[in-house]
Design a protein around this ligand. Structure first.
Ligand SMILES: C[S@@+](CC[C@H](N)C(=O)[O-])C[C@H]1O[C@@H](n2cnc3c(N)ncnc32)[C@H](O)[C@@H]1O
Length: 295
C-alpha cells in the first residue's frame, strides 16, 4: 500500500491536506482517517453517500473480478495502456475514478513497468468499499474509498484521469486535473454485448450518450476518439452470469430476460468500446475557487 507524501490527498470534510501519521491520515483541522488493514483509506464523507453501502455490492465486485481476471477484456486493457503510455512520465499522477476492483490499473501498471523505468504515482478510488478492498489485492497503489462528487485530491494535481464504464462528474474531474491534464473515458459503444442484450430485453434500444455534451458544457474540450471491437471467446454459463452481474443490465433486465440468459452457454459476445480523450484546457476558476483547498 502506498500513501503519497506530497500533499496530494485532501480531507473530504474541510479540504485541508492529509499527512501520513503512523497508521492514519490526518489533517490540521483535526480529522483522522484510519488506514484499513487491507491497505486503503476510507475518505467518503457522510454527505457523499446516498445509501448505507454505496456503489457496487460484494457480489457484483466478485463477478467482475473473476470475469476480468479470465482475460476476456484484455484487448481493452491493452488499448488503454497504449493510449496512456505516450503521455506519462515518472512524475505523472494517474487516477482511476470509479476503479472497481482495480483490473485496469493493475494491467496499466504492469504494462508501464515492463516497458520502461517510468514509475508514475497510481491512485484508484471507488465509492464501493468492496471494490476497493478487492483492488488492494491486485496492486500496491494508493487506494481510496471516495466519490466522484467529492474527490479527495488536491486541486490541479492529476495528469491523467481515467473513467472506465463509470459515472463521471465533470466539474469535479476538472477541479483535480492539471491545466494540461487529460481525462480518458472508456464507455460502451452501440454494439457492446449485443448478443446478450438481444436475449435479456424484449427490444434492444439504442440510447445516444450525452456524456460528451456534458463534458464540454463543464469546460472540457474534445480530444481524439477511437473505438475497439472484438468478439470474446465462447463464454460458459458461469462467465455469462458474471458478465451480466457486473453490468447495469443486471438491474435493468426483466426476470424472464435473466432466465433466458441463464440458459445461454458457449456464446461469444461482441465487445464494442469507445475511448474518448478530453482536455482540461479551459479557464478552471469557475469550478474551483482558491478557498476550496487549504494545503
Ligand atoms: C461499471 S463499474 C466499472 C468499474 C471499473 N471502472 C471497471 O471498468 O472495471 C462502475 C463503478 O463505479 C463505481 N461508482 C458508482 N458511483 C460512483 C461515484 N459517485 N464515485 C465513485 N465511484 C462510483 C461503482 O461502485 C463501480 O465500481
Amino acid at each position: 500500500m502506498k500513501f503519497l507524501h506530497n500533499n496530494l490527498l485532501k480531507c473530504p470534510l474541510d479540504q485541508h491536506a492529509l499527512q501520513l501519521d503512523a497508521d492514519c491520515l490526518r489533517c490540521e483541522g483535526g480529522h483522522a482517517f484510519d488506514i484499513a488493514r487491507q491497505g486503503y483509506v476510507n475518505l467518503l464523507g457522510a454527505a457523499d453517500k446516498r445509501s448505507r453501502d454505496p456503489g457496487d455490492g460484494k457480489e457484483m465486485v466478485t463477478a467482475r473480478r473473476d470475469f476480468l481476471s479470465d482475460g476476456h477484456y484484455q484487448p481493452v486493457a491493452d488499448k488503454l495502456a497504449s493510449l496512456i503510455k505516450p503521455q506519462i512520465n515518472a512524475d505523472s499522477t494517474i487516477v482511476d475514478a470509479g476503479c472497481g476492483e482495480g483490473y485496469y490499473l493493475e494491467q496499466l501498471a504492469t504494462q508501464i513497468g515492463s516497458s520502461s523505468h517510468c514509475r508514475p504515482s497510481i491512485i484508484g478510488f471507488d465509492i464501493s468499499k468492496w471494490a476497493v478492498q478487492a483492488a488492494t489485492r491486485r496492486l500496491a497503489a494508493t487506494w481510496l474509498v471516495a466519490s466522484n462528487r467529492n474527490i479527495p485530491l488536491a486541486p490541479h494535481s492529476v495528469d491523467c484521469l481515467l473513467s472506465l464504464f463509470g459515472f463521471p462528474v465533470f466539474n469535479s474531474f476538472r477541479s483535480v486535473l492539471k491545466k494540461e491534464g487529460t481525462l480518458l473515458m472508456v464507455d460502451a459503444g452501440p454494439q457492446h454485448l449485443i448478443e446478450l442484450r438481444k436475449v435479456i430485453y424484449p427490444e434492444v434500444r439504442r440510447s445516444e450518450s450525452t456524456m460528451l455534451t456534458q463534458a464540454c458544457a463543464a469546460g472540457f474540450s474534445e480530444g481524439e476518439t477511437s473505438t475497439l471491437q472484438f468478439l470474446t471467446d465462447p463464454l460458459s454459463q458461469l462467465q455469462i452470469h458474471q458478465l451480466l452481474s457486473m453490468t447495469p443490465h443486471l438491474f435493468r433486465a426483466t426476470r424472464e430476460g435473466k432466465q433466458r440468459a441463464a440458459r445461454l452457454d458457449h456464446v461469444s459476445v461482441t465487445v464494442d468500446v469507445v475511448f474518448q480523450r478530453l482536455h482540461n484546457r479551459g479557464d478552471s476558476t469557475s469550478v474551483l475557487s482558491s478557498t476550496d483547498y487549504r494545503a
